[in-house]
Design a protein. Structure first.
Length: 271
């Protein structure tokens, strides 16, 4: 009783203490204010020639470039090739990495042989394999998608393998005692048990394949966002350069938001 009275007296003696609301909207408003302020300063400095318009075009000019792309069919020549390369390579590499990771993680024999090979090839920059892919598969988008697929494959297969091997061995022992079919073990134990690592691998896989997609377009493609950025640098069309970089960042933000949503939806017990 005495302790309760002391607490009430302490609360009454500090009537002016403020408690900030725990609201994420405040953080978003602060970020928006900083970004808008930065763009306004950039616009003023570029328009008044405080900084070079050649190297730092006004944000309004960059916005006009983006508007021109999306109000005409120009966006189809810029954006669609990148999305096609990315989707083709990412889906191909991710699916093979997922299925391979399930088998490698489940089979001790397969893991013993596959792990040294994966450890040897994985640290290699995948963009370094592009000349070899061009020699083997010829010109065109096929070698590009294969290299993008390799960039997606390794994060997925490594994460999936780790997720399977982290499952409690007692589940497999119980399955053997009751003579559970391997297909049932895969469906009821391996797939749900490895899901947290698989979702993390999915995000890493996409990020890796997206980076390689842009790098390939910077080097050897004749269309796509990376090609536009490189051509803009060569011709000093810096409004195209900034517009292309903005679209690359926007694709990354949208993809990350979608993958986070999938993470929250699939792994509800972790959120």
């Amino acid at each position: 009783m005495e302790l309760t009275r002391l607490k009430k007296r302490s609360t009454a003696s500090n009537p002016t203490r403020l408690t900030l609301p725990n609201n994420g909207m405040i953080g978003w408003l602060l970020i928006a204010a900083v970004v808008i302020g930065f763009l306004l300063v950039w616009e003023h400095a570029s328009q008044t020639r405080m900084i070079s318009r050649l190297f730092y075009p006004p944000p309004s000019v960059i916005a006009q470039t983006l508007s021109k792309w999306f109000t005409t069919t120009e966006w189809q020549e810029i954006l669609l090739p990148t999305l096609r390369r990315l989707a083709g390579g990412f889906v191909f590499g991710m699916l093979i990495g997922y299925v391979g990771g399930l088998f490698i993680g489940y089979s001790a024999t397969l893991y013993r042989y596959a792990d040294p090979i994966l450890s040897f090839i994985h640290p290699m920059p995948k963009i370094a394999l592009l000349p070899l892919a061009l020699v083997v598969f010829g010109l065109g988008d096929t070698p590009h998608r294969i290299v993008i697929g390799l960039a997606a494959f390794f994060p997925m297969v490594i994460n999936t393998t780790a997720g399977v091997r982290a499952i409690n061995p007692n589940y497999f022992a119980i399955g053997k005692v009751y003579h559970v079919r391997p297909l049932t073990v895969f469906r009821r134990v391996l797939i749900p048990g490895s899901l947290p690592s698989v979702v993390s691998g999915l995000r890493l896989s996409f990020n890796s394949s997206f980076v390689i997609t842009i790098a390939i377009e910077l080097n050897s493609a004749r269309d796509g966002l990376g090609h536009v950025v490189w051509l803009a640098w060569e011709t000093m069309r810096t409004e195209y350069l900034f517009a292309g970089v903005f679209l690359i960042a926007l694709i990354g933000v949208i993809a990350t938001s979608i993958l986070r949503y999938l993470h929250r939806s699939i792994l509800r017990w972790q959120t």
